[in-house]
Design a protein around this ligand. Structure first.
Ligand SMILES: *Cc1c(COP(=O)(O)O)cnc(C)c1O
Length: 508
């Protein structure tokens, strides 16, 4: 825009930049959506691989070239053309059936369309006067979710940016609840109590790293996290949990929270919820269940039972940008007793004065560690409405079936070795292990297989370390991925391994 426009002219100068009832605003809005839709369709139509395979430095260079901003704007169409190569085509195509590395889902179309509504309405979820309808949509979606969890009437929740924030909130409430009930100490007002160095959090060795990260952010340090061993299926060992608790007792330490995982990142394992809840009860621990991944089973027809006992948790993490197929970001934090949100609430005169509460006005900032917050609940609302909960369940069940198929295929292959025989959800851990020869460093070989597939754009799979060894990992979130893609991928892996062994890969 020309900086010298007079105040009088400004109205027209900016007219095509905002949505408004005038002709320019309307047509710019419609045209923009159309152009973007057209460009994305064009790119997708030509996307036959999940990733171009270019190196990070090549992509960095391409992006560098377009990072300059004109004094006078250029048309959206031109910018879309300019970014097509560097940004659109160089992106990871998460909707491709062979994109199966991480807990990173193909987004549902109603979720994507929901994003455009969210951006257009631009509601802010902190105070009712900034989200007069959205507040009740979010509250309604939370109630829907607490119903699915079979939580009592006292329960409540709030949308979050994802599992990291939800886990942090769970441990924050747990810490402050303990300090309040144990010492009558108000952490919110007084800071950490003197004996804070004795506070301990327990979780399994397969729990998400954000448990430790939260402990450090909560001022307790990573030293406060005690990791409990897992069994052969990578579920928390209740025996080891009890042993750890009795040891903490002898050491005069103060365990206050127990984090159980429903769907570990690598194996998708689900801790034995009933047994763990019983231990939490016996020792008076706050039970936080990290169901960021496994929460998707809430809609499953065949695997919902795996979450039985979830309702005993004091707080729960659920991610919608994983097994609920929503665009990033979208998550929720639930608590069994809504009064515990009191440990977070701060009354700001301009946002959520106490007087509002007296009048029954809901200001969601009271329940969140964030202030300005996105109307993410809408995309989940739109997805559930247009798809229906039955189809949602079918999608999730398909991915679990596919994981079982992949597991049995790998189990039957001569040169592949399977790590998890019975995938609990939809991740598969395996590695290439040639029967014939052992002259290769298998860690190196498997790492090279994963890298080669990525750099040739033939398949995006992950690698991980289990018991000190390198494994390959599939996260089969995409319900459009079928048995054929699994067979093709395995053939690619075998082919790549042979090429690597024949050419150049260092022998041991
Ligand atoms: C993904 C994940 C997280 C972190 O969630 P974000 O949404 O990435 O912040 C935490 N715990 C588990 C088990 C997860 O799978």
């Amino acid at each position: 825009m020309n900086a010298s426009v007079s105040l009088k002219d400004k109205k027209t100068a900016f007219d095509s930049l905002f949505l408004h009832q005038g002709e320019e605003g309307m047509s710019a809005f419609g045209q923009g959506l159309e152009q973007v839709g057209h460009k994305l369709k064009e790119v997708y139509a030509e996307t036959d691989r999940p990733f171009t395979g270019k190196s990070h430095s090549a992509i960095e260079k391409e992006i560098g070239k377009i990072m300059n901003f004109p004094r006078r704007g250029i048309s959206l169409e031109e910018v879309l053309d300019e970014m097509e190569g560097p940004i659109l085509r160089n992106s990871l195509h998460v909707s491709h059936p062979k994109s199966m590395a991480h807990l990173h889902c193909p987004p549902l179309l109603p979720g994507i369309i929901g994003e455009s509504i969210i951006g257009t309405l631009n509601q802010s979820m902190d105070s009712w006067d900034q989200s007069p309808a959205a507040t009740y949509v979010e509250e309604g979606m939370v109630r829907w979710l607490t119903g699915r969890v079979r939580y009592p009437e006292t329960s409540d929740g709030v949308f979050t940016s994802g599992g990291t924030q939800s886990n942090y909130m769970g441990l924050l409430l747990a810490r402050d609840y303990f300090c309040q009930t144990h010492w009558g100490h108000d952490v919110q007002k007084q800071g950490l109590p003197r004996a804070f160095t004795r506070l301990r959090i327990l979780c399994s060795e397969d729990a998400h790293f954000t448990v430790k990260k939260s402990a450090s952010q909560l001022g307790l340090g990573e030293q406060a996290v005690i990791t409990v061993k897992t069994d052969e299926h990578h579920r928390m060992s209740v025996k080891d949990l009890e042993a750890a608790l009795s040891k903490l007792g002898e050491e005069n330490l103060l365990p206050f929270a127990l984090v159980s995982t429903c769907g570990t990142t690598d194996f998708g394992s689900i801790d034995p919820l009933h047994d763990i809840a019983a231990v939490a009860e016996e020792y008076g621990l706050w039970l936080h269940v990290d169901a960021a991944f496994g929460g998707g089973l809430l809609l499953s027809h065949s695997h919902r039972w795996k979450l039985d006992g979830l309702e005993q948790a004091d707080s729960i993490t659920v991610d919608f940008h994983k097994l609920f197929y929503q665009p990033v970001s979208c998550g929720a934090f639930l608590v069994k007793n809504r009064q515990n949100f009191g440990f977070l609430s701060h009354h700001a005169d301009y946002l959520n004065p106490l007087k509002d509460e007296d009048e029954g006005i809901v200001n969601l900032v009271t329940k969140s560690t964030s202030t300005t917050r996105r109307f993410d609940a809408l995309k989940l609302f739109l997805s559930l409405k247009t798809i229906g909960t039955d189809t949602f369940g079918d999608m999730i069940d398909h991915t679990v079936e596919l994981a079982r198929y992949a597991a049995s295929y790998i189990d039957g292959a001569d040169n592949l070795s399977l790590k998890n025989n019975q995938p609990e959800i939809n991740t598969i851990i395996f590695r290439y292990e040639p029967q014939s020869t052992h002259e290769f460093d298998l860690d190196e070989l498997n790492r090279a297989i994963q890298q080669t597939l990525l750099h040739e754009g033939r398949g995006v799979i992950a690698k991980t370390t289990v018991e000190g060894m390198t494994y390959l990992k599939l996260t089969l979130l995409n319900p459009r991925t079928g048995t054929e893609e699994i067979r093709e991928l395995m053939t690619e892996i075998e082919k790549t391994a042979t090429q690597l062994m024949n050419g150049g890969l260092a022998s041991v």
